[in-house]
Design a binder for this molecule. Structure first.
Ligand code: SAM
Ligand code: SF4
Length: 478
């Protein structure tokens, strides 16, 4: 059957790039009562790709679906509504989703009434929407990152009209409050403190897929953390693409990320983490707020991307290797026991051997205890996708391998320093390999395995570290 795409909103990278300096709208989610119950006796499933921002969005999708009456399917492939909440950060993330869409096509033949929904960052890209329209007829609904709250309307329309629905907004974005959440964990929570990004690093698609930087009001965040604490949550991770820019968009109050950390430190909840920090915007006030300790965890993820000033400039990162290292020194001075991790891209267009060597040097100097490392992936619509890139793929792969070797030494060294120390572990669950072994994370975000009873799941316990390995610590309960 040919599809009617006559009434759809397609994305536009050109519009997504605009920043008009307009006041941010706050929209209150409100479910049309007529739709309550449209999901009764129906199931849903969600496959989530990419960052914690997407995991947080999936909790909203699940919250809305359950409010409508749907229940979570125990078979991901055979639900009445199947969501793919996608990531556009690198090509391989997208290829995985296209592979899954291909696979689900056959399964859908047995379930003609099921709905396949593609949402998240991929539909925000023009090229993706065109490709899905041409190649993946099995997709029934596409919406982007700005309009999760309109999901009930899309479902209603899909059921009533049997037409394909594509609604992707390419605008700066609102703040939507009051969306129901079905949290994935009952002791650890993700919490968006802001949305979007205004950094425009030249390789990155996020400012186009997620809109402008816009901060939630401190009151809304603080109330949510208090509420989580009252419900027994032990850990909250504050989310934003550049949390250090938090509050910079407020026109009526002066309130920074450091202010937020100081206020959250007064709440009776054991652990506050945050991600991601931007090296240019990380300031002394934030470092001092972390240095107070309390519930602010002594781990910082501070993506450097490259150790070469030339590459950093082409990436539009707005800091130098030297200014980055000054911040690392400052962090280590004020929080001597801190654990620092990072993100690094190799094979950025024009990266020469000397540039790559500068990255290796910086990794040694910064003494990272972990890093996510990537090969540059050109993203259509971003400036770097048009930069001349003469480095052969094999060279990029070899650089990644060499870098990973060094990074892995950092993981091992970072774990080794905890041998014979007593660490506090928030117990996540039992180990995948052995039911008698519990697993959890320390304040420094290290994985610890130790023998213990399941009653400890969700609690924070003291564990004496007996042995450090590259990827985890082994210990026993104190
Ligand atoms: N806002 C965070 C930041 O600035 O670090 C996280 C952005 S992104 C979700 C996570 C990481 O993906 C980035 O830090 C960067 O290392 C990597 N990344 C982003 N765009 C990329 C691209 N086009 N190719 C390869 N890696 C990329
Ligand atoms: Fe992308 Fe840079 Fe924004 Fe991070 S700070 S999301 S890398 S544009």
């Amino acid at each position: 059957m040919s599809k009617d795409y006559s009434k759809y909103f397609a994305p536009s990278i050109k519009d997504a790039r605009k920043r008009l300096n307009k006041e941010t709208n706050t929209v209150l989610y409100n479910l049309d009562e007529e739709l309550l119950g449209i999901g009764i006796d129906k199931t849903y499933s969600i496959k989530t790709y990419g960052c914690q921002g997407n995991l947080a969005d999936s909790e909203k999708i699940a919250g809305i679906m359950e409010e409508l009456g749907y229940t979570l399917s125990n078979d991901e492939d055979r639900a009445d509504v199947i969501f793919f909440n996608t990531c556009a950060i690198r090509d391989n993330a997208e290829q995985r989703v296209f592979g899954e869409l291909g696979r689900i096509k056959n399964i859908k033949k047995d379930m003609p009434n099921s709905l396949i929904v593609l949402c998240g960052c991929m539909p925000q890209e023009e090229a993706t929407v065109e490709k899905v329209k041409k190649t993946f007829d099995q997709v029934d609904i596409m919406f982007g990152t700005h309009n999760i709250h309109k999901l009930p309307e899309y479902l209603k329309e899909a059921y009533l009209t049997k037409e394909k629905i594509i609604e992707v907004m390419s605008f700066e974005g609102d703040i939507i409050e009051n969306v129901p959440l079905k949290r994935a964990h009952n002791v650890k929570a993700w919490l968006n403190i802001m949305y979007g990004c205004d950094e425009f690093c030249t390789y990155c698609i996020v400012p186009y897929t997620r809109g402008k930087e816009r901060s939630r009001r401190p009151k809304d965040i603080i109330e949510e953390v208090i509420n989580l604490a009252n419900r027994g949550y032990k850990e909250v991770t504050l989310l934003g693409q550049n949390v250090n820019a938090y509050g910079k968009d407020f026109t009526d109050l002066s309130y920074s990320f450091a202010d937020l950390l100081n206020d959250l430190n007064k709440i009776d909840i054991p652990r506050i983490r945050f991600t991601t920090s931007h090296p240019r915007d990380l300031d002394l006030d934030t470092i001092l707020a972390m240095a107070k300790g309390g519930n602010i965890m002594p781990h910082l993820h501070l993506p450097v991307q490259s150790g070469s000033n030339d590459v950093l400039k082409k990436m539009n990162r707005k800091y130098t290797k030297e200014s980055y290292m000054e911040k690392i020194e400052l962090l280590k001075k004020h929080i001597p026991d801190i654990s620092i991790t990072t993100d690094i891209i190799v094979g950025f267009p024009g990266e020469e051997d000397e540039d790559f060597k500068a990255t290796l040097e910086l990794v040694k100097e910064a003494d990272y205890e972990g890093a996510f490392t990537f090969i540059f992936s050109p993203r259509e619509g971003t400036p770097a996708s048009k930069y001349e890139d003469n480095t052969p793929n094999e060279v990029k792969k070899a650089r990644l391998q060499e870098l990973n070797k060094l990074v892995n030494e950092g993981y091992a060294k970072g774990n080794k320093r905890f041998e014979n120390r007593v660490v506090q572990v928030l117990v996540d669950g039992v180990s995948a390999k052995d039911e008698a072994i519990l697993t959890g994370y320390t304040s420094h975000n290290k994985v610890v395995n130790f023998p213990g009873s399941k009653e400890l799941i969700g609690k924070i316990v003291d564990v004496k570290v007996e042995k450090a390995y590259s990827w985890h610590l082994k210990g026993k309960l104190v």
